[in-house]
Design a binder for this molecule. Structure first.
Ligand code: GZL
Length: 362
């Protein structure tokens, strides 16, 4: 690439990157440090958008490299494939953010919800292609098994952006960009909260997310590696999936306290399972704080449970992907370089900021 062209594209990339990080006010809770320092909640009560974290791959992609046509996003049709049923506030907030941003930009949006069934998500995306989607945003249920759909999209040169979970495929070939959290970091931060809650000693149960996606794998590894590194006195004595669902989280916890009534702490890999665990503990006559619970997401119900002292801490997983997803689509369709991996910053809640920052929860 000629130097002046290269400089131009670097300027574009920087502009997109700067626009991305500046234009999107933090919709997230205070950072872990702020939460720990008990700092007042941020004055801004922005409810939308996400902040881009530093780091992540600096690899980029352009429409030219991807083999897609440039187009005017405003006149295009975007398809959105949601993975799980909207019983979980994470999914409700995620879909709402995508719909709100499409509406704000005047972009035609086709949506589908796979109701937590992977085979349905594959057919949903095929349907979006058949209905004429020019670009597709996917919140994947699973990380594997996407080949047939990726082939169909590639045949029609339809750019795909994945949000939230990662798919095992090639960026800037099978999909343009991944936008999501650092789930290993979330697991590590959950471990730090659990260590603080327990003083680094005792027995811990893990309510695992559903198998087959990078979120469960990375949240588990981040947590268990951190315990080994920082608190060898905390032993994981129980691991079972609660399928990211409140009911299953409750029934698994009921079994847990039958076999381990003196469990010290429960790490729930999402709020819904953590709230199910609270219901089980209440049912067993436990009191707030008897068992230290740490969860991940940042839903209003879970943050309220911190105020009630049933939950010790919540690491945020911000689902408001609308602004960043459409910023990425807009830059890409204009021919600008976009990053292949856009990692977002997540905040945290504990007793220091839960009440003040409840408005940022979703
Ligand atoms: C994380 C997302 C997870 C949420 C759960 O980004 O994939 O899936 O943490 C949801 O609430 O089920």
């Amino acid at each position: 690439m000629k130097p002046q062209a290269r400089n131009a594209s670097i300027r574009t990339l920087l502009a997109v990157g700067l626009a991305t990080s500046l234009a999107l006010t933090a919709g997230c809770a205070k950072s872990e440090e702020d939460a720990d320092s008990g700092a007042d909640s941020a004055k801004d009560s922005a409810q939308n958008g996400q902040e881009v974290a530093d780091g992540g791959s600096s690899e980029t992609c352009t429409a030219k490299a991807y083999g897609a046509e440039k187009l005017d996003l405003k006149g295009a049709t975007v398809g959105f494939s949601q993975s799980e049923k909207e019983a979980n506030p994470f999914r409700i907030a995620e879909t709402a953010s995508i719909k709100a941003e499409a509406k704000k930009r005047g972009v035609k949006l086709l949506t589908a919800n796979a109701q937590s069934k992977f085979s349905k998500q594959i057919s949903d995306v095929q349907d979006l292609i058949a209905k004429g989607a020019d670009l597709i945003v996917i919140a994947p249920l699973n990380s594997d098994g996407w080949e047939p759909v990726l082939k169909s999209a590639a045949a029609k040169k339809i750019p795909i952006v994945t949000i939230d979970r990662k798919i095992n495929a090639t960026p800037c070939k099978d999909y343009v960009s991944f936008i999501g959290s650092d789930f290993t970091e979330q697991g590590k931060r959950a471990a730090d909260q659990m260590i603080k809650a327990t003083g680094g000693k005792g027995e811990i149960a893990i309510l695992l997310g559903t198998p087959g996606n990078n979120v469960t794998t990375e949240r588990t590894k981040g947590f268990t590696d951190r315990l080994k590194e920082k608190a060898p006195g905390l032993k994981v004595v129980f691991k079972q999936t609660g399928e990211f669902a409140r009911g299953k989280g409750q029934s698994v916890t009921e079994q847990l306290i039958q076999s381990k009534p003196e469990i010290t702490g429960i790490y729930a890999e999402n709020d819904e399972m953590g709230l199910g665990a609270v219901n089980a503990l209440k049912g067993a006559g436990k009191q707030p704080g008897d068992v230290k619970i740490v969860t991940i997401d940042g839903t209003k119900s879970a943050v309220q449970r911190i105020v009630d002292k049933w939950i010790y801490g919540v690491v945020e997983s911000n689902p408001r992907f609308g602004p960043l997803a459409f910023q990425t689509l807009d830059a890409f369709t204009k021919g600008s370089e976009v990053r292949q991996e856009i990692v977002i910053k997540d905040g945290a809640y504990n007793e220091a900021n839960a009440e003040a920052d409840l408005g940022k929860a979703y």
